[in-house]
Design a protein around this ligand. Structure first.
Ligand SMILES: Cc1cc2nc3c(=O)[nH]c(=O)nc-3n(C[C@H](O)[C@H](O)[C@H](O)COP(=O)(O)OP(=O)(O)OC[C@H]3O[C@@H](n4cnc5c(N)ncnc54)[C@H](O)[C@@H]3O)c2cc1C
Length: 487
């Protein structure tokens, strides 16, 4: 590598590589020797993404983890839940084959084997992640870290306390389920997603508190496995974070036909584990269920990390304040992932990790949150990116919308999967795409095209000229772009 030029970032000197992009820092402060260039606290997907980028940038990298490697996503989140949803989807498919003239006879399942499949997937992916870090010579330290300064941590390891210093520290400590006061969790009859993904048993009647994406995904799994589900939502509509049209259609497609009873504007004030579980509502009424899944959001794992002692204000909710470069107000201290509360998704966390490292290396970069897609892996799926219609209006745009339906899509008709819609939100004056919301088969994949379009700030007029393969589900998007641009 032949250095081409140097630049100053935060008063430190960086040498740029010949290609102008890959750069190696020489940012040692005079007289200070650090154990590592970068130390990451938390080996979830955020920490992992940061570590990969740090190695690619030539930094001496260490990562600290006190639980299983892989964090929430791999051990208790995305991965086990998607394994369970894959089983649920297979069951749903097998019970709807008559339309194709196929009969499969009696379909049965083994709960323990479904749970075991999810467990094995988790183990494999966690092992792969751990090996990938070892292979890249990232030093993994097992223990609980606490910051003693912006450039040093004290780690409680099995062998005793260990002080480690680094030029820059990235906090990637993630989040845990939020359990409102008054709700007692015993992990068996009243549980959160942490235990839910283990699928330890199948309650006849499961009550899910909260109708966000986690509650919705679990309702898909448990109803496919024959459980009766009730959903309790404190706000005045189901799926409060979703575009209202998609929320309404989700209710029509994913909730009502499955016999899920719903209660909105209903606050579960107390929940007492037992057999049955007793649920006391805010208005004094009582309900019972065989089990309760508490899916009321997640809170950051940022207390007792030494952040407040360093002068960081975590606010009431505990999220670490960061700017668009993932820098905290304290020099050399960075934060990424769920701990920042920016957009609590796995791919956001790892993208933030890469951005933090690039900024550490003096290659300024920010995260474009508007183009980060999200998906709910129900059957059918939901995919979304950018602004909802109310958000776009609130942001001051003169908003136009267009809707197309899977019921008019040849491929969806051929697959007998015609439930669903696509809604585009765009600026009326410029045609710039502001948001896309899809409920339908493969929505998690289809939304990637819209994410790319939003990342380029593309107009519906330009998108309408992109030719899509026929017959594919992606033609719902082509039709929507064309309608929006009036061609
Ligand atoms: C049921 C469920 C399903 C989900 N499905 C999806 C999905 O389909 N797609 C998606 O994008 N997202 C999904 N998510 C969200 C996703 O899991 C999180 O956004 C993601 O895991 C956040 O990554 P992170 O690295 O910020 O934190 P985490 O994955 O939580 O990792 C943080 C790590 O830091 C460690 N740690 C904390 N404090 C310390 C300390 N003091 N010292 C050492 N280590 C420490 C923790 O042990 C943990 O391993 C799901 C979440 C749940 C709960």
């Amino acid at each position: 590598m032949i250095p081409r030029e140097s630049s100053q970032v935060r008063g430190e000197t960086f040498l740029w590589a010949k290609d102008g992009y890959y750069l190696m820092d020489i940012h040692r402060e005079a007289g200070v020797d650090f154990d590592y260039d970068v130390l990451i606290i938390g080996a979830g997907v955020g920490g992992h993404g940061a570590a990969l980028q740090a190695v690619a940038r030539g930094l001496r990298t260490a990562i600290v983890e006190y639980q299983e490697m892989g964090g929430t996503c791999i051990n208790r989140g995305c991965i086990p839940s998607k394994a369970l949803l894959a089983a649920a989807g297979t069951l749903r498919k097998l019970t709807h084959t008559e339309v194709f003239g196929i009969s499969v006879g009696q379909v049965s399942f083994d709960r323990a084997k479904i749970a075991d499949h999810a467990h094995q997937v988790v183990t494999k992916i966690r092992t792969d992640l751990t090996k990938s870090l070892d292979k890249l010579n990232v030093k993994t330290i097992h223990g609980k870290a606490r910051l003693t300064s912006a450039q040093s941590v004290l780690i409680e390891t099995a062998g005793g306390p260990l002080t480690v210093t680094a030029q820059d520290i990235i906090v990637a400590t993630g989040s845990v389920p939020f359990v409102p006061p008054g709700i007692q969790v015993d992990g068996h009859t009243v549980f959160t997603s942490d235990e839910g993904v283990r699928l330890d048993w199948l309650p006849q009647h499961l009550c899910i508190i909260g109708s966000g994406y986690i509650g919705l995904e679990f309702s898909d799994v448990f109803t496919a496995l024959g459980c009766q589900v009730t959903m309790i939502e404190a706000l005045d509509r189901l799926l409060p974070g979703f575009d209202p049209d998609i929320a309404r259609m989700a209710e029509r497609v994913l909730i009502k036909p499955r016999g899920i009873q719903t209660h909105i504007k209903t606050l579960a004030k107390e929940i007492h584990p037992g057999s049955p579980v007793r649920i006391v509502l805010a208005d004094g009424r009582e309900m019972t269920a065989d089990a309760v899944l508490v899916a009321t959001g997640r809170i950051p794992l940022t207390r007792n990390l030494g952040l407040e002692e360093l002068g960081l204000d975590l606010g009431r909710r505990g999220f670490i304040p960061v700017d668009d470069h993932m820098a905290t107000p304290i020099p050399h201290l960075w934060a990424i992932g769920d701990a920042t509360g920016k957009m609590m998704l796995a791919h956001t966390a790892s993208a933030q990790g890469a951005v933090a490292v690039d900024n550490i290396c003096g290659h300024p970069r920010t995260v474009d949150y508007q183009s980060i897609p999200a998906a709910v892996f129900t059957h059918p799926e939901i995919g979304m990116v950018g602004l909802t219609e109310p958000q776009a209006k609130e942001a001051g745009y003169e908003v136009a919308t267009v809707r197309t339906y899977f019921g008019g899509n040849s491929k969806a008709i051929a697959q007998a999967e015609t439930d669903g819609m696509c809604k585009l939100v765009y600026a009326k004056d410029t045609g710039v795409l502001l948001g896309a919301h899809i409920l339908g088969p493969e929505a998690s994949l289809l939304i990637a095209e819209c994410a790319q379009a939003i990342s380029e700030r593309a107009t519906v007029q330009r998108l309408a000229q992109v030719i899509h393969t026929h017959p594919t589900l992606s033609e719902v998007l082509e039709e929507a772009y064309k309608r929006a641009s009036g061609v």
